[in-house]
Design a protein around this ligand. Structure first.
Ligand code: NI
Ligand code: MN
Length: 225
């Protein structure tokens, strides 16, 4: 499984020959100006919630690629009314896709579209593929519900927001990694705008001090699991 960080909360996951884009926000991200939106391959677009910094480029990518949108019922319905194909889920539900099993998890946040349309309840995703099991938390606070995840899934990587203000910050993300029982963390949702700028060296040190690894990928770079 190859995971490429496309800035903010956007990931490109390649596994089982499929391309899965998560929370595309590229054209509005000054830090991701070197990423060519028109060249992104996608079989699926996973959306954690309806905020602009997670859905801005959904329609552009879906139009080019014909990707299937996977999200909560309200978000999939919203795009369905615009003619896009989708697969609706809700919290606690799992579905076996052709690249692996996806579970829609709880997140404590909000989820309205930029135009004010109700975007359902926010979530995150667990992806269980042949190569690896990963958890993508979405925008969320630290929540006790994270403790439910390792009961059913042994994770190889947890993707956690670390930018604070709108989501968890570093200290909470360290507790979250305890809750999900995964010491390998890919940080996201930081640096994009003023309220969420972080000190990378200090952040990595805080994780290292408790024997955890915080990976902060330059935008456009990948890790392989
Ligand atoms: Ni949000
Ligand atoms: Mn966000």
């Amino acid at each position: 499984m190859k995971i490429t960080f496309l800035g903010h909360a956007c990931l490109l996951i390649e596994t089982e020959g499929k391309h899965i884009v998560v929370d595309p926000f590229i054209s509005g991200n000054d830090l991701a100006s070197h990423i060519d939106l028109s060249k992104i391959k996608a079989d699926y677009i996973l959306i954690t919630h309806a905020h602009q910094d997670h859905v801005l480029d959904v329609e552009t990518i879906a139009k080019i690629t014909g990707a299937t949108i996977v999200s909560n019922y309200e978000i999939v319905t919203y795009y369905g009314q615009k003619g896009f194909s989708g697969h609706p889920m809700n919290h606690g539900g799992s579905w076996n896709f052709d690249f692996g099993k996806v579970t829609f998890t709880n997140a404590v946040h909000s989820s309205s579209f930029p135009d004010g349309t109700y975007g359902g309840q926010p979530g995150g995703f667990i992806i269980e593929a042949k190569a690896a099991n990963i958890y993508i938390a979405g925008d969320t606070s630290l929540t006790m519900d994270m403790q439910l995840i390792p009961i059913q899934t042994q994770l190889d990587l947890a993707v956690l927001p670390i930018g604070d203000n709108f989501t968890m910050g570093i200290e909470s993300a360290i507790y979250a990694s305890d809750f999900v029982q995964c010491d390998r963390i890919l940080g996201y949702h930081y640096d994009t705008f003023g309220f969420i700028k972080i000190d990378h060296i200090e952040a990595k040190k805080k994780f290292l001090d408790v024997d955890k690894e915080l990976i902060l990928l330059p935008i456009g770079e990948s890790i392989t699991l």
